[in-house]
Design a protein around this ligand. Structure first.
Ligand code: CA
Length: 230
C-alpha cells in the first residue's frame, strides 16, 4: 500500500486512475493542475506521484522541475506524447519512469511496483505518512495543522499557518511574492501589502521583527525566505 498523488486534468482518466489505485489499496489524493501538485507535495508525503504532462497551467517538464526543486518523491510521467527524445529528457530531469497513454492498469501497476521497490517504500509503508517539517526550533505538522517554536505551541490563523508551512517546506529558498500569492492565497495577482501584513503578524508570533529577523527574511524586490537562525 502506497500513498499516491495523481496529477491529471482529464476528469475521466483521473477517476479511472483513482478507482484502480484505491482498489489496489493505495491511498490516493488527486489534483488537476501543476500548482496544486506543488502545494500537495509541500504539505504531504507521498510514495509516488503520477504526473500527466499535458496540464492546463504549466508545461509538464516545467512542473517536473519545480517538483524536483522541493521533493525527491518518485515521479512517474504519464504522457500522450510518444516522443522518445522528450521522454529521455524528462528521465534526465528527474522522472523515475514513464507511461505512454493509453496505458493499461497492469502496466501502471508494474511501473509503480518497480518504482516503489527502487525507492524502498511500498507494501511496508503505512500511508499516509505525515511529514513534520523541522527548521531550527520550529516544528510544523501540516496534517494536524500545529506549529511549535522551541516546543511552545504557536497560535496561528489559517493563513499564517499556511504561509509558515509553505516557507518552512523549502528552508533557505527565496520564494518570490508572486509564488506566495499563488500558493498560499491562491491568487494569480494581488497586493504586496497582503503578504507584508501577514508576514508582520507571523513575525510577531515568532518573536522577531523585520529589522531583527531570526527565521523570516525579506529580500526587497525579490521575495521571502525562511531559514534557521544563524
Ligand atoms: Ca492532460
Amino acid at each position: 500500500m502506497a500513498s499516491v498523488l495523481v496529477v491529471e486534468d482529464d476528469q475521466f482518466v483521473r477517476s479511472a486512475l483513482i478507482r484502480h489505485l484505491t482498489d489496489a489499496s493505495h491511498t490516493v489524493r488527486s489534483v488537476g493542475t501543476a500548482l496544486e501538485a506543488l502545494r500537495e507535495v509541500a504539505h504531504f508525503r507521498f510514495d509516488v506521484v503520477i504526473l500527466d504532462l499535458g496540464l492546463p497551467d504549466l508545461d509538464g517538464s516545467e512542473a517536473l522541475k519545480m517538483l524536483r526543486g522541493i521533493t525527491d518523491v518518485p515521479v512517474i510521467i504519464a504522457t500522450a506524447r510518444d516522443d522518445e527524445a522528450e521522454i529521455v529528457r524528462l528521465l534526465n530531469d528527474g522522472a523515475d519512469d514513464y507511461l505512454t497513454k493509453p496505458f493499461s492498469v497492469e502496466h501502471l501497476s508494474a511501473r509503480m511496483t518497480a518504482v516503489l521497490r527502487r525507492s524502498g517504500t511500498g507494501s511496508t509503508t503505512d500511508a499516509p505518512v505525515t511529514r513534520v517539517i523541522e527548521v531550527g526550533g520550529l516544528s510544523i505538522d501540516p496534517l494536524r495543522r500545529q506549529a511549535t517554536l522551541d516546543n511552545t505551541p504557536l497560535d496561528l490563523t489559517r493563513r499564517e499557518f499556511d504561509l509558515l508551512a509553505f516557507l518552512a517546506g523549502r528552508p533557505g529558498v527565496v520564494v518570490p511574492r508572486k509564488e506566495l500569492l499563488a500558493e498560499v492565497w491562491q491568487q494569480s495577482y494581488g497586493d504586496d501589502q497582503t503578504i507584508d501584513v501577514h508576514l508582520s503578524w507571523l513575525r510577531r508570533k515568532l518573536g522577531e521583527t523585520a529589522a531583527q529577523p531570526r527565521y523570516l527574511h525579506t529580500l526587497r524586490g525579490v521575495g521571502v525566505k525562511l531559514e534557521p537562525p544563524q
